[in-house]
Design a protein around this ligand. Structure first.
Ligand SMILES: Nc1nc2c(ncn2[C@@H]2O[C@H](COP(=O)(O)OP(=O)(O)O)[C@@H](O)[C@H]2O)c(=O)[nH]1
Ligand SMILES: [Mg+2]
Length: 494
């Protein structure tokens, strides 16, 4: 099968891999080299990490639009599970010892039930699920077991995965779910960042303030409060050095939006059509909503199901909108749930922060893996290859930009008043030209050019100023080069 052409940086890494290949023919390292090469052509790998019950599997389902991941504490939720695009559904189980095998699974309940055939979670390395869902075309999603209450075993599996101890080729980026800022959250994120093979820097990580509906006792302004908390977290020095930004999401509602049935829509409508006092009484607390009552048309079991699917906040929002006649079909209801969930903001972030930068993130992962390969499996001429790799790293401006951006986020480089402008120009808000200039997406090319020239002047002056320290000068030179690249691509667009 012919492969589509790779963008520049990845193509250069691919060429280096091709050059390295003959040296590893028949060598133990050959399989690793194959894996590094395959990965460069695969979709970006994004891990979803966080504590047990942070809402990881629910969010994964919301992002793929199907109930693929089990969302309770059943066996499968304790194992690292990869979700990849495929033409058909399939489940492969990779034990720690022995060959991988195709597992039986059942989708008749609407969710994916996997038969582990008696294997215990700690005997398994990972599960790979393939599914023909569009959401997986550009991103492979990796559901990780959470840390904490499920016991040390699960914590260790998560940390081992994130730290890349089990396999050199792991995730390129991570979505980290937090409910509150726990010390163990920060430790887990740091483990991902410290790992030798991704050196996962802030630009590789986004944080989600998950289960945002539960903030502020499911009051109508829950999302607004969650938004304020997320902004505060994003400015927290511990998080600033670990991730790009924090956004609030109600995964439960996003999952429900993607999987809502007509029966559920009708059941919600029945609740919405109850007389005002009864409806208000039911929606006051979880216990009241679930209460055994035969005097109302919505049966207890149905109400319990709705509560499971939407939570109290979701119920209040949907019932309110239905009773006011603002929603007239299940499609409109799904749209309301999606809009309320905040998942669209996260999907935008995934696109601008990860997908649009996939080339650089993957190339960087490949270069790090290649360096590790040379160290672990040296062959004659490894020194020369390492030199070539270094030349490639040093000459790739995209990599230099990432490094500088990371130094700024980590606080190892202090540009004082210029820091914010530098971060933006380096693509902290997204690698597109408009985002780098803080301009609107639809700004005309002439406006973008003027802004770019102004930035160019600013950083050139700093680079040449006798008052700039050496770090400042070096950073300013990188930014001047960034502006030059932007001007060049703006000229091409005209
Ligand atoms: N209210 C509410 N509950 C959620 C949300 N996301 C997940 N949950 C519930 O939290 C529990 C744990 O979710 P799960 O996705 O399995 O968490 P994981 O352990 O991190 O994978 C489940 O009962 C979910 O229904 C959310 O956004 N809001
Ligand atoms: Mg889970």
């Amino acid at each position: 099968m012919s492969r589509p052409a790779l963008p520049t940086l990845a193509a250069r890494v691919d060429a280096l891999l091709a050059e390295v290949r003959p040296r590893y023919a028949g060598h133990t390292g050959e399989a690793h080299l194959d894996a590094i090469t395959a990965r460069l052509h695969d979709p970006l790998r994004v891990a979803i990490a966080g504590r047990v019950k942070a809402g990881k599997s629910t969010l994964l389902n919301a992002l793929v639009g199907q109930e693929l991941a089990a969302t309770d504490a059943r066996e499968c939720t304790q194992i690292v599970t990869w979700y990849r695009y495929g033409l058909t559904y399939g489940v492969t189980i990779e034990p720690k010892a022995g060959p991988a095998w195709a597992a039986r699974f059942d989708r008749s309940s609407g969710r994916l039930d996997i038969d582990l055939a008696g294997w215990q979670p700690d005997q398994l390395r990972r599960i790979v699920v393939t599914a023909p869902v569009p959401g997986l075309r550009d991103l492979t999603l990796i559901d990780t077991p959470g840390i904490d209450s499920l016991g040390v075993g699960v914590t260790e599996r998560s940390l081992a995965f994130l730290a890349g101890q089990e396999d050199p080729a792991q995730a390129d980026a991570v979505i980290y779910l937090l409910r509150h800022l726990h010390a163990s959250d920060v430790r887990l994120l740091e483990a991902f960042h410290d790992q030798e093979l991704t050196h996962a820097a802030p630009v590789h990580a986004l944080a989600v303030l998950s289960r945002a509906d539960e903030i502020g006792a499911a009051r109508a302004d829950a999302m607004a409060s969650a938004g304020r908390i997320a902004t505060r977290y994003a400015a927290d020095p511990r998080l600033r050095r670990l991730c790009q930004t924090v956004c609030p999401v109600i995964g439960l509602l996003a999952e429900a939006a993607a999987t809502l049935t007509e029966d559920e829509h009708l059941a919600l409508r029945t609740v919405a059509e109850l007389p005002d006092p009864t409806r208000g009484h039911l929606l006051r607390t979880v216990d009241r909503f679930r209460a055994e009552r035969s005097d109302i048309p919505a049966p207890t079991a149905t109400r319990a199901h709705l509560l499971d699917r939407l939570g109290l906040f979701g119920l209040r929002v949907t019932v309110e909108e239905l009773s006011r006649g603002r929603v007239s079909s299940s499609t409109e209801l799904a749209e309301l749930l999606r809009a309320t969930s905040g998942v669209e903001v996260l999907q935008d972030l995934l696109r601008t922060r990860f997908a649009e930068r996939a080339d650089v993130l993957k190339a960087r992962s490949a270069m790090l893996a290649l360096r590790a390969l040379f160290e672990r499996y040296p062959v004659p001429g490894t020194e020369v290859l390492t030199d070539q790799l270094e030349v490639l790293e040093a000459s790739a401006h995209e990599i230099t930009e990432l490094r500088l951006l990371n130094e700024l986020r980590l606080g190892t480089l202090d540009l004082g008043d210029d820091a914010e402008a530098a971060e933006r120009l380096l693509g902290v808000d997204g690698p597109g030209i408009a985002a780098r200039l803080g301009a609107d997406d639809d700004a005309p090319a002439s406006a973008l050019r003027d802004l770019t020239l102004a930035e160019h002047r600013r950083w050139s002056e700093l680079a040449e100023s006798p008052f700039s320290g050496p770090d400042h000068v070096e950073a300013a030179r990188v930014l001047v080069r960034t502006c030059e690249g932007m001007v060049a691509s703006l000229v091409q667009q005209v």
